[in-house]
Design a protein around this ligand. Sequence first.
Ligand code: C5P
Length: 222
Amino acid sequence: MVVAIDGPAASGKSSTAQWVAERLGYLHIDSGSLYRALTAAALRGNAPPEDWSPERLLRDAPRVTLGAEKHAFHALIDGQRVEEEIRGGDVTANVSLVAKMQAVRSWVNASVREAARWHDVVVDGRDMGTAVFPDAPLKVFLVADPWERARRRLVQRLGRRPTDDEVAAETDVLVQRDAKDAMQTLQAADAVLLDTTYLTQEEQVERIVALAHAVSHRASST
Ligand code: C5P
């Protein structure tokens, strides 16, 4: 079983996918973490991002793997967890450039498919329901108003209520990244569109779990 969750930056895909995986007893794969880990590996080298080519980036690919732990796969570099490094500002600023390269996309897609071969999974990203798992029985496309996405991201990062000026600045950053990722962010024709602007995280998770149960029920009764 594959549950594919796609959507723009900060739409809550990864945290929602993680909860859904725990509720269903599946494993979560965050495809963005592979793009981020490859970017982090490149940033550890000496070449500036202007000189990154697909060949140069993919030289580091064997160092980047997915390791399963409890209900999730984690991106590893040289076998080590790198969560803080891959969520940092340098990686976020350069990851869209890396993700535009078709050879990199093919490598990420193959890695995600391989991880999903032996497990039921909840995968999240931009193109999981289109390019990577076009036959996934459940596809969800998450959207939310950019201001609300920025507000949520800041609450998570700062641990307090952000000011309107802070939210406005973060909204600008998010909208720029949405534009850079627009070509890759694709809603499948058979995806359920879920606007989470006015939903709590619990409500989002409940809806996706309910959809997954409905899909399994349909599959077992046909
Ligand atoms: O999901 P997250 O924001 O962590 O992803 C980081 C970056 O990886 C995105 O900005 C996008 O450029 C790229 N990405 C992608 N396709 C995916 C997942 C992520 O292009 N399936």
